[in-house]
Design a protein around this ligand. Sequence first.
Ligand SMILES: Cc1cc2nc3c(=O)[nH]c(=O)nc-3n(C[C@H](O)[C@H](O)[C@H](O)COP(=O)(O)OP(=O)(O)OC[C@H]3O[C@@H](n4cnc5c(N)ncnc54)[C@H](O)[C@@H]3O)c2cc1C
Length: 326
Amino acid sequence: MSLPDFKLLRPRSLAEAVELLGKHVDVQIVAGGTDLIPSLKQRLFIPAYVIDIRRIAELRGIRVIPGQGTEIGALTTLTEIEHSDLIRRDYPVLQEAAKTVASPILRNMGTLGGNICLDTRCLWYNQSLTWRTSCGFCIKKDGDLCHVAPGGTKCWAVFSGDTPPALLCLDAELEIAGPAGTRRLALRDFYTNLGDARMKLARNEMVSRVFLPERTAGYRGVYRKLRLRGSIDYPLAGVAVALKRSNGHVEDARVAITAVNPAPLVVRGVEKEMVGKSVTEEIAAAVGELAARTAKPLTTSALTPEYRREMIRVFAKRAVLEAGTK
Ligand SMILES: Cc1cc2nc3c(=O)[nH]c(=O)nc-3n(C[C@H](O)[C@H](O)[C@H](O)COP(=O)(O)OP(=O)(O)OC[C@H]3O[C@@H](n4cnc5c(N)ncnc54)[C@H](O)[C@@H]3O)c2cc1C
């Protein structure tokens, strides 16, 4: 499949990129391109301009800010995160999630910013133009019907990034750059849970950095995902767990899920279930139940919604036991 025609713009600084975003309306950002380029080929987007942000050196790398935490540039690759000693030591759940994304070659190109801003996915959307023309368009692109939930008006395409649930467990914040400068937003307030308008980012804004607070450094972390081919595929269900223990008791705990809703979500009620207690089979099972109830998978992928919800329950239980007892 060929790419549509567009004009490629290649800024060298964040300020230049933001200026270009303000100047052009019909525009797409490309970072590693591992998600956007296939989508362009499928004619899911036919932009007049593509802004390639890869030359912006200031958006690369991982750095400690003493007394505050760790800052990761949006263009830092998933391979860099996977192999960072600092991330492995201080934020292991992020390292675990990053190393499960796609395959090594895609992780060499794929960036953290691109993983956070990943488009939502669906059996009816991620198809060629020929396929979509013959089967009928949908709310997310060119139509007014959701094939997955035909009675409703909501798009149920699924958020299928692996690192955002880990980042949610770590209370990550985003730096968002726009014409008025930069602003900070908690990642948990970034997603809309709507498949067709997935994130709270204005047309002329972009994600520039990710902040991990010092407070969650050292939390034990586990990430588990279900996928069709273990060596490459997107998650069809994913669970991240991060917790802090002292004297055998849980001091703080967070669980987040991905690939079963239009957004990655923090599972509510986990702290109440776990804090102040030692992790047992019963507690882990109760957290698994909370996670399964948070998941709302529909028929957006090759596996059934029932199986994906059940795997959320199983993974959450196992991940809590692993993080809480080892
Ligand atoms: C075969 C295959 C398997 C895959 N498996 C997985 C998987 O298992 N798990 C997973 O999470 N992903 C998977 N992916 C998707 C993709 O490789 C990763 O999500 C990757 O991290 C995307 O990063 P990127 O830099 O390549 O994003 P791009 O493709 O460049 O961009 C992705 C989206 O984010 C937007 N964007 C990028 N950077 C910014 C920014 N700084 N600010 C605002 N918007 C931005 C782009 O406009 C685009 O909409 C897979 C892809 C393929 C082709």
